[in-house]
Ligand binder design. Structure first.
Ligand SMILES: *[C@@H]1O[C@H](CO)[C@@H](O)[C@H](O)[C@H]1NC(C)=O
Length: 271
């Protein structure tokens, strides 16, 4: 009785130590979804396979199906018959490797027709299956940048159509936006304008790995209170210069006269 209980405990402990008991086949794709691939570059998907101690992987298959659309056809890309043998791919640009607990799919010279939902299916020696999916899309360049105004909140909103991972940045009169102009929202899409009056040119630039594009919002022209000031300053400087020159000329003449007088005195003395 005691021995039985002891053995029972041992088995229970063993099962606890193995997170999923004796049978647990699972697979997941490590890449963060959705994966965006620049056309012409390589798509690399890695799948991690977990299985119980008594299980053995007998097949790994990679497939693809369209993300949307009416034809839900699955296209086989590659299969691996277990761990020991090599994998075979259905296309020349597809390459699959199989290691201990990892399978890697690589597609070189990626094109948009290869976007879709990728699936990896693992089968064990008892016929149990596990599948993982990953959405793969083409990396798109920035398209159709526009800036619109939200009059009620005196803010400018920058929009972009369908570029991948867009990064927003703002310029005011071709210089970086400062605290005196306004505040940019955390995601960069909105510029809350705090300067008064609301005037001048505001430019939003959207960029990603493939390039950038911008749009400018033109508010009312800024009051040129500057030009009046500048004119006044210029007049002041001119007046100073003129005054200085006049003073110099007068001083020179005065000194000259003095010297002539002194010379005459000197001559009178000597004669
Ligand atoms: C203006 O911005 C506010 C705050 O973000 C928002 O609630 C409102 O809908 C916006 N108005 C327009 C016309 O977009």
């Amino acid at each position: 009785m005691d021995l039985q209980r002891f053995l029972g405990w041992r088995v229970a402990t063993l099962l606890l130590l193995m997170p999923c008991g004796l049978q647990c086949l699972s697979v997941h794709i490590i890449n963060e979804e959705p994966v965006h691939v620049i056309p012409g570059s390589s798509l690399v998907l890695k799948a991690r396979i977990e299985h119980g101690p008594l299980e053995e992987i007998s097949a790994v298959a990679w497939e693809r199906e369209p993300e949307t659309g009416l034809s839900p056809g699955r296209l086989a890309l590659a299969t691996c018959p277990g761990r020991s043998l090599g994998c075979s791919a259905t296309r020349p640009n597809v390459h699959v490797t199989m290691e201990q607990q990892e399978s890697t799919l690589q597609i070189s010279g990626y094109s948009n027709t290869e976007s879709g939902v990728y699936a990896v299916t693992v089968t064990d020696n008892k016929g149990a299956k596990a599948t993982a999916h990953c959405i793969v899309r083409m990396y798109e360049e920035v398209h159709h940048v526009s800036v619109s105004i939200n009059v009620s909140h005196s803010s400018l909103v920058c929009g972009e159509a369908w570029g991948t991972e867009p990064n927003f940045s703002w310029l005011y009169e071709r210089a970086a936006v400062t605290q005196t102009v306004g505040r940019v929202s955390k995601d960069g899409t909105t510029l809350l304008v705090t300067m008064t009056p609301f005037c001048g040119h505001f430019t939003c630039t959207v960029s990603n790995k493939l390039g950038h594009s911008s749009a400018t919002y033109t508010a009312a022209p800024c009051e040129t209170k500057g030009s009046g000031t500048i004119a006044a300053v210029v007049c002041f400087i001119l007046a100073l210069l003129f005054g200085g020159a006049l003073a110099f000329v007068l001083w020179r003449r005065h000194r000259h006269n003095n010297r002539r007088e002194r010379l005459r005195e000197h001559l009178d003395d000597t004669i």
